[in-house]
Write a protein that binds this ligand. Structure first.
Ligand code: NAI
Length: 283
C-alpha cells in the first residue's frame, strides 16, 4: 500500500479522492485549511512552505503519489487569492514534494485542472504568461479591464497556465526522467461546495447556461474513480495527459479545434524538439 498527499482533502473532489484512496488501504496525508493532517493556507508563500515541510515529515521522504485538488472558484474581488491557490498552490507544492515523489520510482500525480481552461473564451495570453513567468501578483491588474468577467478569466487563466506548466514539466528529466507520471484531470461542473457557491452567487447564470451535452452535473465520487485509475499501474504509460470528464462541454465548443496537427509555421520548433531529443539520448 502507498502513501499519497492530497490537497483540498477536506471537501468536494479532494475529499472524495482521499476517501477512495483510504478505502483501497493507502495512507493519505491531507493538506487543507481544516480537518486534515497538514493544516496550511496555500494562498501564501509561508503556508505553501509549511505544507511541503509537513508532508515531507509525515511521509518520511517517500510519496507514491499526489492529488492536487485544493482550489477556489471564481469570485468577484478574489482574483489575487485565486491566482495564488489555484496555480502556485499546485506548482510550488509539486516542486517541493518532487524529491519524495522521485524516491518512489513510479510515483503518479493528478492535478486538478478544469475545462474552464479551454472553454473560457479569449483568456489573454499575457495572463497565462504572467502565471508561467512567476508574476502571479500581476494577474488581478491584467484582468481589471474585464470587469465582471475578471473572476472567470482568472479561474480559466490559472487552469490554462497550470495545464501548460504541467505538460512541459511532465516530459522533462526532473519528472518523467525521475519516473514521476504527471497528469491532470479537467472536470466540468461537478456537484461540490465550490459549484454550489457559484450557483448561488453572481455568476450563477453563466453556470446554468453552460452547454452540457450529456446533461446534469457530475459527482465527486465519479471523479475520484478516474483519479484512482490515474494513480494506479494502469497509468504507468500516461504522461502529460489532461483528461476531460465534463459531460461533453469541451467537445461541444471545440470539437474541430483539437486534436490539431502542427501547422507549417510550427515546423521549425517541431524539428528543434526532435533534435533536442536525439541529442539528449547521446549524452
Ligand atoms: P471544494 O470547495 O469542495 O474543495 C476545495 C478545497 O480546497 C476545500 O477543502 C478548501 O478548503 C481547499 N482550499 C481552498 N483554498 C485553500 C487554501 N488557501 N489553502 C488550502 N486549502 C484550500 O471544491 P471542489 O469543487 O472539490 O474543487 C476541487 C478542485 O477541482 C479545484 O481545484 C477546482 O478548481 C477544480 N474544479 C472544480 C469543478 C467543479 O465544478 N466543482 C470543475 C472543474 C475543476
Amino acid at each position: 500500500m502507498g502513501t499519497y498527499a492530497v490537497s483540498g482533502a477536506a471537501s468536494g473532489m479532494g475529499r472524495a479522492c482521499a476517501e477512495r484512496l483510504r478505502r483501497d488501504g493507502h495512507e493519505v496525508i491531507g493538506i487543507d485549511l481544516r480537518d486534515v493532517a497538514v493544516i496550511a493556507d496555500l494562498s501564501a508563500p509561508g503556508g505553501r512552505a509549511a505544507a511541503i515541510a509537513g508532508v515531507l515529515e509525515l511521509c518520511a521522504g517517500r510519496l507514491d503519489g499526489a492529488v492536487m485538488a485544493a482550489g477556489v472558484g471564481p469570485e468577484p474581488g478574489r482574483e489575487a487569492v485565486l491566482a495564488q491557490v489555484n496555480f502556485l498552490g499546485v506548482t510550488e507544492l509539486l516542486v517541493g514534494l518532487r524529491p519524495a515523489l522521485a524516491a518512489a520510482g513510479t510515483a503518479k500525480v493528478v492535478a486538478f485542472c478544469s475545462n474552464a481552461a479551454t472553454i473560457t473564451p479569449a483568456i489573454p495570453p499575457a495572463v497565462v504568461r504572467a502565471f508561467l513567468g512567476g508574476r502571479v501578483e500581476q494577474v488581478p491588474e491584467l484582468l481589471a479591464p474585464f470587469g465582471i468577467y475578471a473572476p472567470s478569466m482568472a479561474y480559466g487563466g490559472a487552469k490554462l497556465a497550470l495545464a501548460r506548466w504541467l505538460r512541459r514539466a511532465a516530459v522533462s528529466k526532473d519528472w518523467a526522467g525521475a519516473g514521476i507520471r504527471l497528469n491532470a484531470i479537467a472536470p466540468g461542473p461537478i456537484r461540490t461546495p465550490l459549484l454550489d457557491a457559484q450557483l448561488s452567487g453572481a455568476l450563477a447564470q453563466s453556470v446554468l447556461d453552460l452547454p452540457v451535452p450529456i446533461g446534469g452535473y457530475g459527482e465527486a465520487g465519479q471523479i475520484a474513480e478516474w483519479v484512482a485509475l490515474m494513480l494506479s499501474p494502469a497509468a504507468d504509460f500516461m504522461c502529460g495527459a489532461i483528461v476531460f470528464v465534463d459531460g461533453g462541454t469541451d467537445a461541444y465548443f471545440r470539437g474541430s479545434d483539437w486534436p490539431a496537427t502542427t501547422p507549417p509555421s510550427g515546423l521549425a520548433r517541431w524539428f528543434a524538439r526532435q533534435q533536442a531529443w536525439l541529442e539528449s539520448r547521446q549524452l
